[in-house]
Design a protein around this ligand. Structure first.
Ligand code: GFB
Length: 321
């Protein structure tokens, strides 16, 4: 094992997000100490604050789950935020880690780093072999830069910095705002509200034909902790389920779980994005890791978390009155 976690202090940067909180939950089962720091403690966009935080806090490893993320429309609408925020945060943390002599960093990217028409399933070596998908090229460029930062610090300074590229993730703690969310939380919310209102139909963006691969965030966190312990290498590693579905199939599955049996209609004014981005799972499987949560079970769990969140909001509203 290149990196045993016993007695180590691991900083989960971005611990309040869906991925960061899942990584913190997973790390809580290991004999390590989890370090977290909210925005009030360190603003990750300020280089000096990151450097001071790392100088003051003895850290053995960092998981960079801090990122500006969003669905297809948010990516398209806020290109400056998606490229700048992600570039600055990853650069500050990676350079800060090097200065503070932190020898273990796990950087997280996304499957959108690959060319729009990459051969499927997409292997790690497809990176930079073609044009990116225009709706998310800003985010993708920032994430590609993150991979390259890890590789550069490995090459020039001998740092053991690695990168993982998760597929489309979903689960508890997701963003359910319809304008900025990814497809899974959007469909869960739409189907739930349509059912409550007794609507006859649910609106799905685009043609419904794009294919997407989904991985529950708890499986992703498990894979990330596995990589942190077992992987040391120059190339990034895909983290996926190895299976994809069309958006229409996903919509039917979500409606089935939620119990909404109305019609599915398409809003063709919204973009489809990449036609398909199924990643090859061979590299991670070859190391001995595989996911545990099948898609339907994961949707059930996420819907339960969504309902629990709704009841928390209702309770708070009730308490405030
Ligand atoms: O999840 P999503 O927003 O992101 O959309 P991407 C996936 C597909 O679902 C697209 C369709 O074809 C959408 O048009 N879709 C259908 C919907 N109904 C909805 C809806 O109500 N909301 C949303 N959001 N989509 C993002 C990238 O791409 O994925 C990011 O923009 C990142 O950079 C992330 O890589 C994982 O899979 O298209």
């Amino acid at each position: 094992m290149p990196f045993g976690l016993t007695g180590k202090r691991v900083w989960v940067a971005g611990h309040r997000g869906m991925v960061g909180s899942a990584v913190a939950r997973r790390l809580a089962t290991e004999p390590c100490e989890i370090v977290t720091a909210g925005r009030e403690t360190v603003d990750l966009k300020r280089q000096i604050e990151v450097e001071e935080f790392l100088a003051d806090t003895k850290i053995d490893a960092i998981v960079i789950a801090a990122a500006k993320v969003g669905g297809i429309l948010a990516n398209d609408k806020y290109p400056a935020d998606f490229i700048y925020d992600n570039l600055i945060v990853e650069a500050n943390i990676i350079e800060g880690a090097h200065i503070a002599n932190v020898d273990r960093v796990l950087f997280l990217g996304s499957s959108c780093i690959y060319p729009k028409f990459a051969e499927q399933p997409i292997r790690e070596n497809s990176l930079l072999t073609g044009q990116l998908e225009p709706t998310n090229e800003w985010y993708a460029i920032a994430k590609i830069a993150g991979i390259k930062l890890c590789q550069a610090y490995r090459k020039q300074h001998g740092r053991d910095y690695i990168s993982a590229m998760p597929t489309n993730l979903y689960g508890p703690g997701d963003n359910f705002d319809l304008n900025s969310s990814h497809v899974m939380p959007a469909l869960i919310r739409k189907a739930h509200e349509a059912k409550l209102r007794g609507d006859k139909e649910i609106v799905v963006w685009g043609t419904g034909t794009p294919r997407r691969e989904f991985l529950h965030v708890d499986d992703c966190a498990d894979a990330l902790v596995f990589l942190l312990q077992h992987y040391s290498g120059y190339e990034h590693v895909n983290v996926g389920s190895g299976q994809d579905v069309t958006i229409l199939e996903l919509t039917r599955l979500v409606c089935d779980v939620i119990g909404f049996d109305g019609k599915i209609v398409h809003d063709l004014s919204k973009p489809d994005g990449t036609p398909r981005k199924l990643m090859s799972a061979d590299k991670l499987r070859g190391m001995g890791w595989k996911p545990k949560i099948v898609l339907k079970e994961g949707i059930h769990k996420t819907y339960a978390a969504f309902l629990a969140g709704q009841s928390v909001i209702r309770t708070l509203e009730g308490a405030g009155k």
